[in-house]
Write a protein that binds this ligand. Structure first.
Ligand code: APR
Length: 304
């Protein structure tokens, strides 16, 4: 989306539309968790050591160097475990409780929506979870561990879970001048079922299909009745299918597409701007609780 001159940024007009909306779809991305201290993929923070984070997220990268890819994921698991949901996660979870017609699709794998107690039947984890494990022989081998928070997952991945004793210095793992340990496949966990495959993160990598049952269910939801509002939150809207849902859900003249992004110009992806759309520029963790307040009231983060 180009900088959204055509989109309204009027909070009161947005509130009017929100109060009249029942069927609401949110499409969330990494920017939602930025205020929790987790880096986004594109732009600042998109490099992990000297590697492009997106290039490590492929089955080919895992096949070529599973130790390197596992260190990247072990680090992300560790960071996500150290992080906490922020007010935007809690605001969306409360919106789900207040509006049964609200459905949240997230590209985030950090488990923060779940930890903010977003009702599970109103949440789709499009790209899986960092805390799910599966076998690299999938779909041939069906073994999974749906929720595993071991940190580190195995002794060879301990550098990814190292505490930073000097906060003024980067973590040794992130210091590109320090070589990484060369982790061999036999130092990584193997599938307990087929015993030949390596255990791998239960996330969707580039080039892999998303869960078919989940996609069918989302399609059914979108097609059932017109959608009143689509919230596009903290995503660059580049990666499909997430990037296509705002337009798929739009019924001309009825659906307001609402972009919430730190930089509206960076949410350029595939979204069109139409009459009646909204754009709010800023931190989702600040904006969402304010934007959703007429429905959710003041939301306090519970002590975890
Ligand atoms: N509040 C709101 N938006 C923010 C914030 C913030 N605090 N911080 C950053 N953003 C915005 C950025 O301006 C950017 O538009 O969040 C967006 C993050 O974009 P990406 O890094 O591309 O993340 P995302 O859209 O989730 O990426 C999609 O790509 O790499 C894959 O699988 C990965 O799920 C990911 C997918």
């Amino acid at each position: 989306m180009a900088a959204s001159k055509a989109a309204y940024s009027s909070v009161s007009l947005f509130h009017e539309k929100l109060l009249r909306s029942n069927r609401i779809l949110a499409i969330c991305g990494a920017g939602l968790s930025a205020a929790s201290g987790l880096p986004t993929f594109r732009g600042a923070g998109g490099l992990w050591r000297n590697h492009n984070a997106v290039e490590l997220a492929t089955p080919e990268a895992f096949e070529a160097d599973p130790g390197l890819v596992w260190l990247f994921y072990a680090y992300r698991r560790h960071m996500a475990l150290e992080a906490n949901p922020n007010p935007a996660h809690y605001a969306l979870a409360e919106l789900a409780r207040k509006k049964p017609g609200f459905r949240c699709l997230t590209q985030n794998v950090d488990n923060l929506h779940v930890r903010a107690q977003h009702p599970s039947e109103q949440l789709s984890l499009l790209h899986g979870s960092l805390f799910a494990l599966k076998c690299s022989n999938a779909p041939g081998c069906k073994w999974t561990d749906p929720y595993n928070t071991a940190d580190p997952l195995c002794p060879a991945l301990a550098p990814a879970a190292e505490k930073n004793t000097d906060p003024t210095k980067p973590l040794p793992l992130l210091d590109p001048s320090k070589p990484l340990a060369d982790i061999k496949p036999d130092e990584l966990p193997h599938c307990p079922e087929c015993e030949t495959g390596l255990v791998r993160p239960g996330v969707v990598w580039f080039g892999e299909p998303l869960d078919e049952g989940m996609l069918d269910e989302i399609d059914e939801w979108i097609e059932k009745e017109p959608v009143d509002m689509v919230l596009v939150i903290g995503t660059s809207s580049f990666v499909y299918p997430a990037a296509g849902y705002a337009e798929r859900a739009r019924t001309e003249g009825r659906t307001a597409v609402v972009t919430v992004n730190l930089e509206l110009g960076s949410a350029q992806g595939r979204n069109k701007i139409e009459e009646g759309d909204f754009g709010f520029e800023g931190d989702a963790a600040v904006l969402l609780p304010e934007l959703l307040k007429p429905v959710i009231g003041e939301v306090e983060a519970p002590l975890e």
